[in-house]
Design a protein around this ligand. Structure first.
Ligand code: DGL
Length: 284
């Protein structure tokens, strides 16, 4: 008898029971500001019933001009506290700067599944005809080893021209507040890429900051015809949906946006947040 049990156990190694998922547990999307809403839009398209918690670290915005240590400390600290308080079923770091700097370390310390957002160099490399790809990100993102690795792996035979465009983050935030986009911020980024050696041949631009797809129309006009844009939002949403496949969803309360720092900051974004289905706004 004992042998039978032993054999049965040996033949079927113990499988960890699938965790019981609370149908109301949210998917937490995290960014320094409103850029992650471009990812949220795609997540909702695939998972319309998933309860969403959108967190913007507006007290730390912008991340792109901070050091690696500053970004890592904020992201790890905030996500740790948020994971404990809200028990999300999954965290999506909807920010290239935070992901390229801190994804590995956050994964090391949290048990929650984490999906990151990294520059869409692979799809850009498949699309370019001229072989010259522009990459617009934050200053912090474009200097990351993570980006060097993506370039080596997917665009080794192509030319990748990187530009850190801090003005575009502010321009995207202003647009979502319903303010006019400063054409000088757009022109500065486009001219900087065009002025680089072979910049005139750019036919594909990676929007390597989740804020920048909010400015795609303005950027397309400034680059002129013949330039296509790629970003990661759809791919990230597909990855989120894959990881949550088969899980139950029930929205028991309106989806929420959390802002760090001064809560009056959020008032200017209320219209945009409502358009993205975030009806309740709270301070974290
Ligand atoms: N949205 C963020 C990104 O994807 C960065 C914006 C910021 O500088 O805080 O990189």
């Amino acid at each position: 008898m004992a042998t039978e049990i032993l054999e049965a156990q040996t033949d079927s190694p113990p499988v960890a029971p699938a965790p019981v998922i609370d149908a109301g547990a949210p998917v937490l999307l995290f960014d320094s500001g409103v850029g992650g809403l471009t990812v949220l839009e795609e997540v909702r398209r695939l998972l319309p019933d998933a309860p969403i918690l959108y967190a913007a670290d507006t007290a730390g915005l912008p991340y792109g001009t901070k050091t690696e240590a500053q970004v890592a400390a904020r992201v790890a600290g905030l996500l740790g506290r948020m994971a404990e308080r809200f028990r999300p079923r999954l965290i999506c770091i909807a920010c290239n700067t935070a992901s390229t700097i801190a994804l590995g370390m956050v994964r090391d310390v949290l048990e929650t599944p984490i999906v990151g957002t990294v520059p869409a160099i692979k799809p850009a490399a498949a699309l370019t005809q001229s072989g010259v790809i522009g990459l617009l990100g934050t200053q912090a993102t474009i200097r990351q080893g993570y980006v060097d690795r993506l370039e080596r792996e997917f665009a080794a035979d192509q030319r990748l021209l990187r530009y850190g465009a801090p003005g575009l983050v502010g321009a995207a935030e202003a647009k979502l507040r319903g303010e006019r986009v400063d054409p000088a911020a757009i022109a500065e980024a486009v001219n900087a890429l065009r002025a680089m050696p072979e910049g005139a041949r750019i036919d594909t631009v990676v929007l390597a900051c989740t804020h920048f797809p909010l400015l795609e129309d303005e950027l397309a006009e400034a680059f002129g015809p013949g330039v296509g844009f790629v970003h990661g939002a759809q791919g990230i949403a597909r990855q989120v949906a894959r990881l949550l496949e088969g899980q139950p969803f029930a929205r028991t309360a309106p989806d929420r946006a959390l802002f760090t720092g001064d809560p009056s900051f959020a008032d200017a974004y209320r219209g945009a947040l409502t358009r993205f289905g975030l009806e309740a706004i709270e301070r974290f």
